[in-house]
Ligand binder design. Structure first.
Ligand SMILES: CC(C)(COP(=O)(O)OP(=O)(O)OC[C@H]1O[C@@H](n2cnc3c(N)ncnc32)[C@H](O)[C@@H]1OP(=O)(O)O)[C@@H](O)C(=O)NCCC(=O)NCCS
Length: 295
């Protein structure tokens, strides 16, 4: 069995969260303009199979064939692969621990969508409007629900048997975080769709350097915060990044977010602050920190 660490997974747009959207703005138009792929682009974005049956092995768990999801668009730039996995236990898998962290499954979509929209409610409210927050949740459920090719990037924290938090991690070559359909988004958000697209364009990061891991988003349900769940999830992200041979992990956080303290305690440092008028218009916050931790 072959372990593939990086593939160029093309798909359009933001997130559900922040992801799916950008590709609509950036990539999809040019991709779909190509005559070879045009006929495949009736759906949110066309897909092209790799000829080889690649498998993706993650965290020692059962591999799954994702060849159908992989876009053969650009040559694969491989990151170093760890031939031998470190013997340390993955944080959030210790037997008897009330906190367990596992891969996201279909049954988690509703929780993850609702929790993330709530955790990032300031941005969502700014982007789509306060009265469209339920629409933002439903749009996220729909987008994430059909984006099975990115589920493997998500982890769900379960505390005493109840879903409590989620995070998404990306590696070099990973692109947007899910399928996005403007028509579908409009049905949930109306004119708020424009704000969501701008938010995704402002915050989507699909330029992750080789050997680095990007913590795309992390959130804990408000009723579970302050119990150390966020810390263990960050430990788990470090662990998974090391498993992929990464030497650094980084994230973006809004200047002034209380979470900066948590990241600093975990060993992250602010490398630079970026932003400007577009970030301000699209997210409500002008200044964003890039925080990085050497592994
Ligand atoms: C940030 C977050 C994931 C931490 O999860 P957690 O389980 O509460 O974290 P822990 O219990 O391990 O650590 C507590 C630390 O989390 C941070 N935190 C707690 N509540 C927070 C909140 N509402 N918003 C942001 N950060 C928060 C603080 O740094 C806190 O430490 P402090 O009390 O010394 O200030 C969680 O609070 C959250 O989802 N916040 C809202 C979404 C968010 O801001 N995500 C990060 C964006 S990059």
């Amino acid at each position: 069995m072959r372990t593939v660490t990086v593939e160029r997974m093309q798909n359009s747009l933001t997130t559900h969260l922040l992801g799916a959207i950008v590709a609509v703005a950036r990539g999809r138009a040019s991709h779909c303009a190509s005559p070879e792929v045009k006929t495949q682009c009736d759906r949110p974005c066309g897909r092209q199979k790799l000829s080889a049956q690649e498998t993706y092995k993650f965290d020692g768990q059962k591999s799954r064939d994702i060849s159908r999801d992989i876009m053969a668009v650009e040559p694969v730039v491989a990151q170093p692969v760890m031939a031998e996995l470190p013997s340390e236990t993955a944080p959030g898998t210790e037997p008897g621990n009330p906190l367990q962290i596992r891969n996201m499954e279909a049954e988690d979509i509703e929780f993850v969508s609702r929790m993330l929209v709530d955790a990032f409610s300031d941005k969502f409210e700014h982007a789509v409007g306060k009265n469209r927050m339920e629409g933002a949740v439903q749009q996220t459920v729909a987008s994430l629900g059909r984006s099975q090719d990115v589920w493997h990037r998500y982890r769900v924290a379960v505390y005493e048997g109840r879903p409590a938090g989620a995070m998404a991690i990306k590696f070099h070559g990973d692109s947007a975080m899910g399928d996005f359909s403007c028509g579908e988004a409009c049905s949930f958000l109306g004119c708020g769709t424009c704000g969501l697209i701008c938010m995704g364009a402002a915050l989507e990061n699909d330029n992750i350097p080789v050997g680095q891991c990007y913590l795309d988003h992390i959130g804990v349900d408000a009723s579970f915060r302050g119990k150390g769940i966020g810390k263990v999830m960050l430990d788990r992200a470090d662990y998974e990044a090391r498993q992929h041979g990464c030497t650094a992990i980084f994230l973006w956080v809004k200047k002034g977010n209380r979470a900066v303290h948590l990241y600093e305690r975990q060993g992250y440092v602010i490398t630079h602050t970026f932003g400007g008028w577009f970030k301000r218009c699209a997210t409500g916050s002008r200044d964003w920190h890039n925080m990085e931790k050497q592994l």
